[in-house]
Ligand binder design. Sequence first.
Ligand code: SRM
Ligand code: SF4
Length: 573
Amino acid sequence: MSEEKELTEVEHIKAGSRHLRGRIEEGLANPVTGALYAPDTQLSKFHGFYQQDDRDIRDERRHQKLEPLHSFMLRARVPGGVIKAKQWKAIDQVARDFSGGSIRLTTRQTFQYHGILKHNVKPLIQGINKAMIDSIAACGDVNRNVLCNTNPLESALHKEIYDDAVAISQHLLPSTRAYHEIWLDEEKITNYEEEKEPIYGDTYLPRKFKIAVAIPPHNDVDVNGNDLSFVAIIVDGKLTGYDVLAGGGMGSTHGEAHTYPQIAKDFGFIKPEDACKVAEAIVTTQRDFGDRTDRKHARLKYTIDDMGLEDFKNHVEERSGVTFAASKPYEFTMHSDRYGWVENADGTWNLTLYIEHGRISNLPGKPQMMTGLLKIADVHGGDFRMTATQNLILAQVDAKKKDEIEKLAREYGLLRDVSVLRQNSMACVAFPTCALAMAEAERYLPDLITKLETIIDKNGLSEQPIVIRMTGCPNGCARPFLAEIAFVGKAPGKYNLYLGGDGRGTRLVKLYRENIGEEQILEELDPIIAAYAKERTEGETFGDYVVRQHIVPAIYDGRDFNSDSEELLAKES
Ligand code: SRM
Ligand code: SF4
């Protein structure tokens, strides 16, 4: 990119880190503060954890002249979100022993712990590693947790496709031994110059990188929220290869028009055995051409938009030795999880539990969900699968155990009769832990949904799935820009209201009203929902309706996301 511009500070930190070691160990041992040394808070991400503070009490602590109440959030790496019942028990125990006590399922098929005090980070990491789960590259400027469809219609093929997702995740792991040295007490190497990072190089990627593997017609992994997606092409029950999509992403900044969410671009079709080679070539092309001078412009979507799709693709073909064939047709028709019991091809059953915004806890006065899942883990010998919409699937349940498991799930508030609207809602963490939150999300969306249910019910739409997502800021952690209705935090109690995703995750939303509070949100949505109930055509989604009625323009390219709606609508008609 532009030679004259300065590299960002994070680039210097990575370069001087001896492959992500920094002074993390010294910082952990320092008893004077609950924090790490500042540069190491960038490096810790590559090991899976973030330094945070409790924002609910930040002001109070400042007045008391105390340092913020530092704690850490740790995120695990679980490709495809698949874990065994025995591992779930270990995850639960670690939460109780070393964290704030809850387990948070994320929008990328894994789990996080919040509220970990500095002295507990190492025992916590060791605890999950004992259960064969690590947190390497769960965050940071590397490839992160690889998503894979969790609830496939063609479940006989799932293993093969899941294996590809795991292979891609393994292939793109950083090579540094830093994690093993710092957290697992393995022997320290002394000659760092000889340690190589063949894929990433010494400064890793310019920015985070995300990969998904999807099985149409289910777009549960939100291919357009990822830098790189492999869409399985299945012919006559066999996996023939993958259509490759690249350059999707959500993050943007309010008021900065050069930032935008983007829909991934179609690169073409490849054979299954070429997936790792192509993934590596896309990663290294981004490594070499991504913008290291502006972190807001450093994601793959900007590299591809700036370089042009064909040029970028040529680099990938040259580096991988793979030529993309013309992409194959496929169609996405589903965006969310399929709740309740679904039978698998082998006669076992999957039970998808709706976990509101992924939070599993044993809070006093609330359903004791952690206890419930432990009891289920005693009965259930199959998998626990985390979904990309923060839910949990008890997978491969023996038919004979169905009743017992359902009874436990109901008893512990894990299986509740909630509205279709709520089932299709998703919110990011936001307050109190997220340093970037401008407004509430996880703690507020449940109440807003209750109010919206009244509008939905009075218009006879209670069976209509409408994808609603809320985030506390425009970074887009709950992928709001692919929802049908999105609320994106601007300030405490204030949200931008976006409309117009298609309910399949293949079109972006467009800003409809800016900086509004709850009363106005309900006033704005009431008449549109009423009109949709009356005027929708057979099978038409809410998002397709608002676009057909020109309430917002249809956005298929993120470069239109910040353009004037009136001008775009004028072009449409
Ligand atoms: Fe995210 C930063 C939480 C999925 C885009 N995200 C953060 C941080 C770490 C805040 C920070 O940097 O200090 C949040 C921690 C909150 C907390 O207290 O736990 C955070 N992101 C989450 C999770 C936990 C949200 C959730 O409710 O589940 C998700 C964890 C996923 C995982 O397991 O890896 C999460 N984040 C996403 C997604 C969705 C996805 O990946 O499918 C996105 C949008 C897709 C994308 O990347 O384009 C996303 N998070 C961001 C961004 C914007 C990146 C950008 O391109 O501009 C940031 C801010 C940043 O990186 O500077 C961010
Ligand atoms: Fe935090 Fe913003 Fe992500 Fe929500 S969208 S978790 S507020 S960074």
